[in-house]
Write a protein that binds this ligand. Structure first.
Ligand code: SAM
Length: 214
């Protein structure tokens, strides 16, 4: 599916998020408090659009994704890229200062296994940030948003995306994804500590942060 959306992925993101995607990326980078020279894994990085943003911190950031089509669509970006499955990472234990996954965890077939793999490759004291679509907190806004997701979004995607059906899947997968507290519990169950989240755009997106104990 992702090979099929790769060609116009970056543009479609900006259109369907009403330009909010830049702010969401900035907030994810902020949550990680990256420092120059740190080693960072950007998992399910797709075209590397999230990786480039993280690299603005001066950290060394590697993009990993299992879609050859997505990686190829981001070939022009000056970031290291690795073809990898989130559920069996080709990296040694404790090799990253921070790991992050943006709009990817929902798409992995076993998200709990991916969270445990991310913990394995993180150094003790290292950080995790998960950016994902979530549940708006204000009831009337939540109702409107669900209407947008199920009706307007697939129609907009038909106009801009290279694979509009993928955006029907997007709407359905967001609707069935855990709420903020439910996801925090799953991240803790995978072994991460001090898990907290920050809502963005009223909870349309949430960034969950966690730490690997020293
Ligand atoms: C919506 S894109 C997110 C791309 C990027 N992180 C961003 O912020 O725009 C989701 C990505 O998850 C990747 N993905 C899904 N399951 C995966 C897995 N098991 N291992 C690696 N990547 C996976 C897909 O190939 C796709 O590129």
């Amino acid at each position: 599916m992702f090979d099929g959306v790769a060609k116009r992925y970056d543009l479609t993101n900006t259109v369907i998020s009403g330009g909010q995607d830049r702010y969401w990326r900035w907030a994810t980078r902020n949550a990680l408090a990256l420092r120059p020279g740190e080693r960072v894994l950007d998992l399910a990085a797709g075209t590397g659009v999230s990786t480039v943003d993280l690299a603005k911190s001066g950290a060394w950031v590697v993009a990993a994704d299992f879609s050859q089509g997505m990686l190829a669509a981001g070939r022009h970006r000056r970031v290291p890229m690795v073809a990898a499955d989130a559920m069996a990472l080709p990296f040694e234990d404790e090799s990253f200062d921070a790991v992050t996954i943006a709009y990817g965890l929902r798409n992995v077939s076993d998200p709990d296994l991916a969270l445990r793999e991310m913990l394995r490759v993180t150094k003790p004291g290292g950080r995790l940030a998960v950016a994902e679509f979530s549940t708006p907190t204000f009831g009337p806004f939540r109702t409107l948003y669900m209407e947008y997701l199920m009706k307007a979004l697939p129609r907009m995607a038909r106009a801009v995306s290279s694979n509009p059906d993928a955006y029907v899947y997007l709407a359905e997968s967001i609707r069935s994804w855990p709420t903020q507290p439910q996801l925090a519990l799953r991240i803790e169950d995978a072994g991460w500590s001090r898990v907290q989240w920050r809502n963005l755009s009223g909870g349309v997106v949430a960034v969950h942060r966690g730490f690997k104990l020293d």
